[in-house]
Design a protein. Structure first.
Length: 271
């Protein structure tokens, strides 16, 4: 009986399609315009303040950093780094840092999509996940969201508005994945085309610096882009196995992505 159950389980697992959604960001194309940040806020119902430049009060899921090579003119060079949630997979004995420490299972890793979720109704605001995340992608919601008069009509109905006291983060616009899957099911399909599920920041980037797709799918652009000899991931030595890849032909940029400390850390600022 147990053997039959085990065989049935293996048979079911063999036919279950899994994905590994991720990004490749070309830093040599990024101009630091901030269109990705604006698109993210509009798509995911992120409230804004009169002075949103105050980093301690602003609610940003996508943040753009400006780094410099630290050299004087005329050898000065700068680079802008868009930083969404890295959606770490972990490897070996390493696990997704935020998922490992959450006592409420408010954040979890999806083996179907490779996306790290955040369930706001489970979160009670302990902020362990914020302390565990080496990329500082998570933000704590200190206030109930408020909107200018008439703006509530323009909120995205597919994304829940979060209450104060919970942690938020980039979700790779997971609601768009759900919408695309529903459309595919209605059409009798089980597979998604590459352009059916794209994040808001990807579509908004005027320079085409952000590419999104299934890292496992050879037909998706990200599958080849991540193999570039100029590709790297932030703080890769930590073993978090993030699914956001960066590409730059500049050697100092790749080195800065590996070490956010010492002299290199002094040249990092927010755009």
């Amino acid at each position: 009986m147990k053997e039959a159950h085990h065989e049935a389980h293996e048979h079911h697992g063999a036919h279950k399609k899994t994905y590994k959604y991720g990004m490749v960001v070309d830093l040599d194309k990024c101009t630091g315009c901030g269109a990705c940040m604006v698109a993210c806020m509009a798509e995911n119902n992120l409230p804004f303040r009169k002075d949103n430049s105050d980093r301690m009060r602003s609610q940003l899921w996508m943040r753009v950093y400006k780094i410099s090579n630290g050299r004087p003119f005329p050898d000065t060079d700068i680079c802008y780094i868009p930083r969404p949630c890295q959606h770490c997979e972990g490897s070996g004995h390493h696990h997704t840092p935020c998922v490992s420490v959450c006592p409420a299972t408010a954040t979890d890793y999806s083996h179907e999509t490779g996306i790290v979720s955040q369930v706001y109704t489970r979160c009670f605001g302990c902020r362990y996940c914020m302390a565990a995340c080496p990329y500082h992608v998570r933000v704590f919601n200190w206030w109930d969201p408020t909107w200018p008069k008439g703006m509530k009509k323009y909120l995205n109905p597919d994304v829940s508005v979060r209450m104060r006291g919970v942690v938020e983060k980039c979700s790779f616009c997971y609601h768009r994945y759900q919408r695309a899957k529903n459309k595919a099911y209605a059409e009798g399909r089980r597979e998604l085309h590459e352009d059916e599920y794209q994040t808001a920041c990807t579509q908004a980037c005027p320079a085409g610096a952000i590419t999104f797709g299934d890292l496992k799918n050879p037909e998706h652009k990200v599958h080849e882009l991540k193999k570039s000899p100029y590709a790297f991931r932030l703080l890769e030595k930590l073993g978090t196995n993030p699914k956001v890849y960066y590409v730059s032909t500049r050697d100092w940029v790749r080195k800065a992505g590996e070490a956010y400390a010492g002299e290199e850390g002094k040249s990092v600022t927010h755009a």
